[in-house]
Design a protein around this ligand. Structure first.
Ligand SMILES: [Zn+2]
Ligand SMILES: [Zn+2]
Length: 185
């Protein structure tokens, strides 16, 4: 009878020991997995690959090609048609860039300021009417207008102010002013 009790006790003890070993192994395994997960970014090449991809994508978005020479990188945008052109095609004057034909339009007319709007990095939308008006004039009627932007640091408020100016041909100033004022509202 006592022999039976000892056998049952031994079996129970073995069972308990096996259970404990199982629990310890399970916890150890989990701990190792967690450790692997926290270390994963250091060992994996994924983040750097993602960064490279992102950089490539950003560069691709940035790179424009010349409207005349599709194989050449664009150096700038024409202030009148807003197409992009390569170093060979682009012409610069007074900080403005033009394609060949529109450079001739620029130098053969007198230009006058129709509107000037101050914007800050927090309020870029205040100049939207200028951009929209210019775009409409060019795309719907082929009327040239030029946007020139000047930057100024305001020491008092410690902000960068930009002055977005719309230039039109002198002989069109009156009619375009009237239209612009209607367009704004
Ligand atoms: Zn142009
Ligand atoms: Zn070109």
């Amino acid at each position: 009878m006592s022999e039976n009790i000892i056998i049952i006790l031994v079996i129970a003890l073995v069972f308990v020991v096996l259970l404990l070993v199982g629990v310890i192994l399970y916890l150890f395994n989990r701990l190792m997995k967690e450790k692997d997960m926290t270390q994963a970014p250091e060992h994996s090449t994924e983040p750097s690959r993602d960064l490279k991809k992102l950089k490539e994508r950003m560069e691709a978005a940035d790179v424009n090609y010349c409207s005349n020479h599709p194989q050449d990188y664009a150096k700038g945008m024409c202030s009148i048609c807003q197409d992009c052109f390569c170093e060979e095609c682009i012409k610069e004057h007074d900080g403005l860039t033009f394609c060949g034909p529109h450079f001739r339009v620029f130098v053969s007319h007198e230009w006058v300021e129709l509107e000037s709007i101050m914007t800050t990095p927090d309020t870029p939308e205040t100049a939207f009417p200028i951009y929209d008006f210019k775009k409409n004039l060019w795309e719907k009627e082929g009327l040239p207008a030029i946007i020139s932007t000047h930057y100024k640091i305001n020491i008092d408020t410690d902000t960068i102010e930009s002055y977005v100016k719309l230039l039109v041909r002198t002989d069109e100033l009156d009619s375009l002013s009237e239209r612009y004022n209607k367009f704004k509202h």
